[in-house]
Design a protein around this ligand. Structure first.
Ligand SMILES: [Zn+2]
Ligand SMILES: [Zn+2]
Ligand SMILES: [Zn+2]
Length: 122
C-alpha cells in the first residue's frame, strides 16, 4: 500500500463554498458529491460528477490532498499517491444538507433552495 508523503502540505482552510462545487456554481453545472482541497479549501465535485472539478483542481494547482465534503464522511484522498487517508488531526467541515436525496445537484436548484431558506422564517 502506498504511503502519502504530502501530509505536511495540509493547511488550515476555509471552504470556498458551503453549498456546492464552486466551479459548477460559476458555470451552472451539476455535481454528485463534493470534495474539499486541504491545501487551499477549494470545494469541487467528485470523479462521479460530469466535470470532476476536484481532481482537475488538484492537477492544475498541484494540491495533492482533498477530503470528502459529504456529511458523515471523514476520509481524505491523495491524488498523487492514490491512497485514502484518515487524518484525525484536522477539522472536517461538511456541506449543508440538501433537501432531497437526489444524487445529482445542480447549481440552479441549490441557489433556489438557498433563496427559499432565506425567505422562510424559522
Ligand atoms: Zn500523498
Ligand atoms: Zn464541479
Ligand atoms: Zn487547492
Amino acid at each position: 500500500m502506498n504511503q502519502c508523503t504530502h501530509l505536511d502540505q495540509i493547511k488550515e482552510v476555509t471552504p470556498s463554498s458551503m453549498v456546492g462545487c464552486s466551479d459548477c456554481m460559476d458555470s451552472g453545472g451539476r455535481w454528485v458529491h463534493l470534495r474539499m482541497c486541504l491545501i487551499c479549501g477549494r470545494v469541487g465535485c467528485c470523479d462521479s460528477s460530469p466535470s470532476r472539478h476536484a481532481s482537475k483542481h488538484a492537477a492544475a494547482e498541484a494540491h495533492p490532498i482533498a477530503s470528502s465534503f459529504e456529511p458523515d464522511e471523514e476520509w481524505s484522498w491523495c491524488y498523487i499517491d492514490e491512497v485514502a487517508l484518515l487524518i484525525e488531526t484536522i477539522p472536517h467541515p461538511h456541506h449543508q444538507p440538501y433537501d432531497t436525496d437526489d444524487p445529482i445537484h445542480d447549481a440552479a436548484t441549490v441557489a433556489l433552495r438557498e433563496t427559499r431558506r432565506g425567505l422562510v422564517a424559522p
